[in-house]
Ligand binder design. Sequence first.
Ligand code: SAM
Length: 269
Amino acid sequence: MMGSESAEAVERAFSKQSVVYDRDDARNIILRDLRRQVYEHVERFISPGSKILELNAGTGIDAMYFARAGHTVVATDVSNGMIAQIERKIALANLEQRITCRRVSYEHLDQITGTKFSYVFSNFGGLNCTPDLSRVTRHLPALLEPGGLLTWVIMPPICPWEILGILKGNGTKAFRRLKKNGTPSHLEGEYFITHYHTLRAMRLALGPSFRLLAHEGLAAVSPPPHHSEFAARHTRLYSILRKADKLVRNHFPFNRWADHIIVTFRYDP
Ligand SMILES: C[S@@+](CC[C@H](N)C(=O)[O-])C[C@H]1O[C@@H](n2cnc3c(N)ncnc32)[C@H](O)[C@@H]1O
């Protein structure tokens, strides 16, 4: 399992962040664009009325989106603060019939029993908090219907924008994702380890009963979300870089090297 100290720090960090999460998300123009790209990707594969299991659901931004699109969602997260935010939003939007939420770590998905899902979704690097994806994937055969789909949005070890930082004298960030035992992260005064996963690591963890359907880079050449001031200051350049993303994101190496990658597999047992 994830080291218990690191797991507790993750819980504390995201619980503290939960109260400002939606405000920060709404203000960040890059995040808005990237979320739209994730939805466009999922919409190529998802069937109407799908039963979605969402991992690391955060404040439920995506759960709300999918529920409003007619799907049902079981939204899970390890953070008490995030779960409280989802519960509040479900009640405000009267979406109790469409979304239920559970405080559970994706390393303990065996706590979810009695139902199978047609889609397992994880957005924006929640899975980068585990050092070993097989701690999550080992639960999937019990949770996914045959033919069910999985879309995960994960941070890979190579991000071209960070490597380009060398040119601007910011060499420390350039290869930080490649550290062997993970990269120390700092959020809301808490320290924990972030683990960057390759597409190959995902394939190995999922095993031969999962077939890769698609993968694309998210912010392959455009700036990652924490550079939202760059996007706001250089609107023309940012829009050119997003257009460049569109041209390269489905091709090697930018379908593997990016801030995040969006990966979809089908479960064919
Ligand atoms: C960057 S946020 C992304 C939230 C959401 N998916 C989104 O797109 O806004 C990462 C989330 O992963 C959750 N998380 C981290 N480790 C987890 C674990 N072991 N099990 C479940 N959720 C976890 C955090 O609590 C946090 O809500």
